[in-house]
Design a protein around this ligand. Sequence first.
Ligand code: HEM
Length: 372
Amino acid sequence: MITHADALEQAALDTDIFSSRTSLGISQRVLQIAAEVFPDGMPDRQAPTIMNSDPPEHASKRTLVNRAFTPRAVQAYAPVIREIVSELLDEIAQRGKADIASEFSQHVSARVIAHLLGMSQDFPRQLADFIDARLALYNNTLDESAILRYAYLHKTYCDQLLAHIQTKLANPAKDLTSAFAAAYTERYGPCENLSAELFPIMISVVLGGQETTANLISNVIHQLASRPELGEMLDANPESIPLLVEESIRHRPPVLGTYRVATRETTIQGVTIPAGGRIKMAWSSGSRDSNRFPNPDEFHPNRPNGRSHLSFGSGIHFCVGAPLARLEAEIAVEQVLCRLPSLRLDPHGLIERTDNPLVWGLTRLEVIWETT
Ligand code: HEM
């Protein structure tokens, strides 16, 4: 496991030795059992996702999505994100209490991703199940029947995603699915099986962007509800919202780690790793490295180097969706402060952490606020 900020950055740069082939890997055992459902392999095992590609293949995939997620491009999504957040708050604002994790945060990121990709209104609800099924397959301790159940569910959603891509190829529109298709054709010329080429790109965006951002939003709201002085500070200085969001990403990273595999024997952080060794890139530890962040376990929204954390990874795989995640969380905080006054934890409510060793998130966050 690599835990120091400098060593993580060094390993992230050295893609010759630290390969991302298994960045988020499904074990051989799970793959063998799931072969009953996917006899030709999972669609994104035939062509790796962006996250699981090494150079030079990585660059060709990444270029296709980069344009859609530059800070400038992402700013154009602000009005639609505001609308989605506002509609979701309309549903709960008068109640004075809610489970913010399941009734708000999950829906913000699912609706935003579905909207950007031009998916139907129904898809956001299914996205959460899709991601649950997919994440469950990363768990090598499940028994055979559970693996098969999740594999069948996963197949249903993969088929829907493929069907969605095919629809957009037949009827391009103003959405990112059509934009990825156009970018692919512009770069490589016509392709016989374009939907298969686009699938790993789409799944990278869907998997990368939904649960992570939902957890970010819940984590920030958890801070706000636990420490009312933060809300007061932000009411007086709304321009500090981005700093608060960034400190939450550093302090409670929605992605705790991903993996690399050593292509040859190497030594890092004083430890020799054999060729083929699997290494955990503990991004969350890097973000709490005391050599970089004094008192790293404390939450300080005004850290001078708040952005030099590692919670979005580092190097060529640095999170492509970082500007979008930040914007969604900033808009969510802005509107929650305004629409849910005196927000605090429900003294009789529950808070539940996501049961996944790679994730810092909340499945339940019960809060209360004042209503007029
Ligand atoms: C707070 C929210 C998020 C966190 C903490 C996060 C975290 C990360 C991390 C740590 C990586 C690097 C993985 C590695 O090097 O092995 C990564 C890559 C990636 N993320 Fe995010 N992510 C977030 C939001 C998003 C969003 C909103 C999207 C898309 C809309 C997205 C799409 C991706 C993609 C496609 C990659 C792969 C990039 C590459 O390999 O070049 N992420 N993310």
